[in-house]
Design a protein around this ligand. Structure first.
Ligand SMILES: [Ca+2]
Ligand SMILES: [Ca+2]
Length: 246
């Protein structure tokens, strides 16, 4: 009898904690960032998005988005669609050249309410596209301080290695912003030119890493982005920024 009561209480708790997705919500974006003055095909995954009617930009009326496709979404790396969403849309976003860099708020209107999210916008002068192969210390992609990469962990165990050149004592701050906190758990590791480990970060305030370090010597630093669980593929997009820290 006592057991039955406990089980009833547990069942009630579980029901109370079960996330209710009766309303529209956004779970993942691909790509993870947009570039000013460009047109981008955005994939947006989440809940109740299949009947989306339009995308609005409450604080940036100059941005336009046209919904091109709406459908049921498949499973991501064995994760439950209850967490990652079961619908997705494809939309074409057009950004004015003078749009300020920073987070861009948008709302997807649906019969199940508005789904809201933010996506980082990078100035075209600072944005660099990821170029594979960039999978090891001998095939790095070079990057300058102040630049941002719009990339993705494109398959299981993919690693993206970026190389920056620094001066001894120079302080840098590297951040990865994933296009989804549900499907991707980005990690960042830094090595020196000889491949010696210097520093790493898996999670900072969220599952996205932030790494601050002081360069030990003049020369290259190698910054490696991966998924902490070696997952990859669709919905593993990221924005990587490396800048001089004050
Ligand atoms: Ca790679
Ligand atoms: Ca992480």
């Amino acid at each position: 009898m006592k057991c039955a009561v406990i089980m009833l209480v547990l069942a009630a708790c579980a029901a109370a904690q079960e996330p209710k997705k009766e309303v529209a919500a956004i779970a993942a974006l691909e790509p993870a960032a947009l570039v000013t003055g460009g047109t981008a095909t955005m994939k947006i995954r989440g809940f109740k998005l299949k009947d989306a009617t339009e995308i609005r930009f409450p604080k940036a009326p100059g941005v336009k988005a046209v919904v091109k496709e709406k459908k049921d979404a498949g499973q991501v790396n064995g994760l439950d669609n209850k967490a990652t969403g079961d619908t997705q849309i494809v939309a074409e976003f057009t950004l004015p050249a003078d749009l300020p860099a920073g987070p861009l708020e948008f709302t997807i209107a649906t019969p199940a309410g508005d789904a809201a999210a933010k996506i980082p916008v990078v100035a075209a002068s600072e944005a660099v596209e990821e170029k594979e192969p960039n999978n090891g210390f001998r095939e790095t992609q070079k990057l300058a301080l102040g630049q941002s990469i719009v990339g993705s962990i494109n398959g299981e165990r993919d690693v993206d290695v970026y190389e920056i050149t620094v001066k001894a004592g120079q302080k840098i701050r590297a951040t990865v912003t994933g296009g989804s906190a549900v499907t991707m758990d980005a990690a960042l590791t830094c090595y020196d030119a000889r491949g010696q480990f210097l520093a790493s970060c898996d999670d900072a305030e969220t599952r996205d890493p932030v790494l601050s370090l002081t360069a030990p010597a003049d020369g290259p630093l190698l910054l490696c982005i991966s998924d902490a669980h070696d997952k990859g593929g669709e919905w593993h997009s990221y924005l990587f920024t490396v800048e001089e820290a004050k």
